[in-house]
Write a new protein. Structure first.
Length: 357
């Protein structure tokens, strides 16, 4: 079957059959159900090969080299989708070149009370207040030891809810040490709106101190002989002012942070079509309403820094055109999450096919 027909078939199957069924379930239940079904499917002998042919045939990816890492293609999974590194093989089969696991914290935490994830269907968006729910960094490490060959994996790290900002550096270093042998790069997450007080770490003084400590740890001689230094990225919020973005540029360059991931979810409620949004409570919005702002942030960082560091673009990518906008603005790679929920696996193929060559 030719690649265009394959993509059209996958898109129709998801939109007309799978998506309506999954959307009958709560978002969290749909997520776990669909990934579990995919896991069972690729466990059938030969099925992983068949699915790889469906999602990868006719695509000649060029690897993207960033910070010494050769990413197999330009499209990855944003943090939050595979918090505990449970679905790495499944996501690789779907055609993703990298997966960012986490956000991981030193000890397991249940996150905020359910319901905490909502579909804003009229906006092709999600509202989440998950609260860094995860099984703890060591639980994820137990699976990362068996990670699939050829997939790039990033470790997104944060602090526990019970940890104060004054003691936050210790949590980040704990996660860094545990993950270092098993991931290819790190992401320091100080931009989630769902852990009380976390975004205060984006202020200039605490952010500089935190990143200085992580970068120092990355260069420390405590690493085992032959261990490679891991690139460190900073993930920022889309709600920062230009002055705050200027601080980010200054800090990233001065503290020798390797790059930036722009952006996390937004607390803004402007331009939403969903009228009941206030009834759903607090949380960060992702998906289509975030697309324009995240692209603006990427463009600002790229231009003001004169391309001094690589940027991974994330936020509202739901088509080839929106992915290209991120790349044209200055991103070297893109990550998707909400667009994947609304558009299905054909989106990964569509973007990779359109960006190739």
């Amino acid at each position: 079957m030719c690649s265009s027909l394959t993509c059209a078939y996958l898109r129709k199957m998801y939109q007309n059959v799978l998506k309506p069924l999954l959307f009958l379930l709560s978002p969290e239940r749909a997520h776990h159900f669909s990934m579990t079904i995919l896991r069972f499917a690729i466990a059938i002998p030969g099925m992983a090969w068949v699915l790889k042919q469906c999602f990868n045939s006719g695509i000649s990816d060029s690897s993207v080299n960033i910070c010494g890492i050769a990413f197999p293609n330009s499209v990855g999974v944003a943090a939050g989708f595979d918090k505990d590194a449970r679905y790495l093989r499944e996501l690789q089969v779907l055609g993703f070149g990298h997966v960012e696991v986490g956000t991981l914290t030193p000890i397991a935490q249940s996150g905020n009370p359910r319901p905490r994830l909502f579909r804003l269907k009229r906006d092709a968006a999600l509202l989440n207040r998950m609260g860094f729910n995860n099984g703890g960094v060591n639980d994820a490490v137990s699976r990362l030891k068996r990670r699939p060959v050829g997939l790039i994996v990033g470790g997104n790290i944060g602090r526990n809810k019970i940890t104060s900002n004054e003691d936050a550096t210790s949590d980040y270093i704990t996660c860094f040490d545990a993950l270092h042998p098993y991931v290819d790069y790190f992401v320091v997450n100080v931009s989630s709106p769902n852990t009380p007080g976390l975004r205060a770490l984006q202020d200039k003084a605490p952010l500089s101190a935190l990143l200085k400590a992580v970068v120092k740890r990355n260069n420390d001689a405590h690493l085992p002989p032959g261990a490679k230094r891991r690139p460190v990225f900073l993930k920022i919020a889309p709600d920062m002012t230009d002055a705050q973005l200027d601080d980010v540029i200054e800090i990233v360059i001065s503290e020798k942070v390797d790059g930036v991931i722009a952006t996390n979810t937004t607390i803004s409620r402007s331009h939403l079509k969903t009228k009941s949004i206030d009834d759903l409570g607090n949380g960060g919005v992702s998906g289509a309403p975030l697309c324009s702002r995240s692209t603006e942030v990427i463009s600002y960082l790229s231009q003001k820094s004169a391309g001094a560091f690589p940027i991974i673009g994330v936020g509202g990518i739901d088509s080839l055109s929106s992915a290209r906008e991120k790349m044209d603005a200055g991103a070297s790679l893109v990550q998707i999450y909400s667009g994947f929920i609304y558009r299905g696996p054909a989106l990964v193929r569509e973007i990779r096919k359109g960006l190739q060559g």
